[in-house]
Design a protein around this ligand. Sequence first.
Ligand SMILES: [Cu+2]
Length: 138
Amino acid sequence: MPIDKAYRARTSAIVACLLLLTPHLAYAVMPDGMEMPPSVTRNVPANVPVATSSDQVEIGNFSFSPMALTVAAGTKVTWTNHDDIPHTVVSDDDPHLFKSPPLDTDDAYSVIFQKPGTYRYFCSVHPKMVGTIIVKAP
Ligand SMILES: [Cu+2]
């Protein structure tokens, strides 16, 4: 049928035009001299801490275990909540050096400790739940 043929020819012409125009359109919306958006994976700032080792604190039965954990500076400490109710991990310091969101069952929260010192923390939902991370010079 001639009409159908003409329609198809016009449709493929439009598609071909769009394909040809697309790279130019992309240039049009990105003005010259504009920097490309920073890539999260490629432009890692130099001051992002990198853990040299890791250790764990388990949260269960309304307590942190071990209550006191000694690690070398550069250690990533991960708290995991095994209770059925939410807990948090909040440093005693004001302002807080670290403060987790409420951790549901099996949720984990990590902090990399770079500076030697004694870091006391508690659960903001149950302030009687306390713990300490002791960070030694490596
Ligand atoms: Cu708690």
